[in-house]
Design a binder for this molecule. Sequence first.
Ligand SMILES: NC(=O)c1ccc[n+]([C@@H]2O[C@H](COP(=O)([O-])OP(=O)(O)OC[C@H]3O[C@@H](n4cnc5c(N)ncnc54)[C@H](OP(=O)(O)O)[C@@H]3O)[C@@H](O)[C@H]2O)c1
Length: 422
Amino acid sequence: MKEINVGIIGLGTVGTGVFKILGKFPQIKTLKIAVKNINKKRNIEGLDESILTDNPFEIVNNPDIDVVVEVMGGVEPTFELLKTAINNGKHIVTANKELLAKHGRELFESAKEKNVVILYEAAVAGGIPIIMPVKTILGANKVEQLAGIVNGTTNYILTKMTEDGISYEQALKEATELGYAETDPTGDVEGFDAVYKLAILSAISFNKRVDYKKIYREGITKIRKEDILTAKELGYRIKLIALAREIAQGLDLRVHPMFVKADKLLANINGVTNSILLKGFPVGEVVFTGAGAGEMPTASSVVGDILDLATELKYSSYPLPLMRCKHEESAVQVDINETYNEYYISLTASNNPGAIGVIGTICGRNNINLSVVMQKGTNDDNTAEIVVITETSKEQDVQNALRELIKSDCIKEINSLIRVMN
Ligand SMILES: NC(=O)c1ccc[n+]([C@@H]2O[C@H](COP(=O)([O-])OP(=O)(O)OC[C@H]3O[C@@H](n4cnc5c(N)ncnc54)[C@H](OP(=O)(O)O)[C@@H]3O)[C@@H](O)[C@H]2O)c1
């Protein structure tokens, strides 16, 4: 078999896994590995430290390297490195969702010009095969909807809050201690990571260019333990959902927490596990579940991509045509205000007669019907928490109603608004 030479940029969590697994495939030769700190003690079995460099340009400019494996992360200098690699005619395998969401267009365009491919199976849900299935065997389908739990950190936090009745802060602390959350967890808990993944996944599912900046985003930092408890009482679980669906006006793309009926599959995906449910025609519903991160699961996807490339390069000078970027048209992305949802809303109201009537009147005035109205006991300061669930309503109407509610004398606070999955 023809030997393929790879250069790996990054030898952290994913890079180490990739290096270890590649050792089992003699047809793939790792010529060089770039790291930031060349003096770091590595203790990686089988690693000849003389192939390490702290200059990643030595990899992208190395004429002997066929495939550049980018598992370093970040946007700069990664973008510059991959552009150089592509210009030098190298195929790319990357796990970098942020880079692809932000600069995918330029990278895929240069790859097309240079007749090379960019493979990124690990970028969306770590070890779960989703990119290749959507681009290949599901190709006959018109995708109608995607709904996924694509961030393990937030799913771990929400699971802990649900199972142990603890606050967001406590659950985040536990996640950090266990290494499931980074020291700065913003990218995960504010939903940025899920937005990057959704941008990539929706672009290939709907065959349109997607602007990640126009994807509506809300993280989980405002979820209260009271919301988790009420959700449970009403037969739901709260999950951070990445949602994509095609509606009459265009693509409705968003990442935000949702009430999910407790008997639905996504409600039962717990801990750091990821799961993506795809609805399409003619396939119907398919679900992809597994490890969305971690050294070995992520390396499994990266090495899978490298092996596919190696096999193709043996037979063809135009490898993996199915994995090339086909779409040129930009998606019309629908503003969240134009979407229709059911909503869970928690309010603090003065515990006086008529408060529920005021809520009903204001909602009614804004075209919102209520399917659940519940008072959750009273507080010492003569206020009470009132929870409502709406029937399907327009986001703009709900936001207008909230503005009116907060101005009314008897509503003291809007505690939460969480959309309900139907
Ligand atoms: N971790 C996961 O489970 C997972 C899952 C899916 C996708 N990903 C993606 O995979 C990528 C890597 O993640 P990771 O968790 O493996 O990161 P990581 O553990 O922080 O490793 C990053 C590696 O890149 C090296 N590096 C950083 N800056 C560099 C520079 N300027 N020049 C050369 N090398 C540099 C670091 O060198 P030193 O070793 O010297 O510090 C380290 O080896 C990211 O894009 C991430 O989003 C990760």
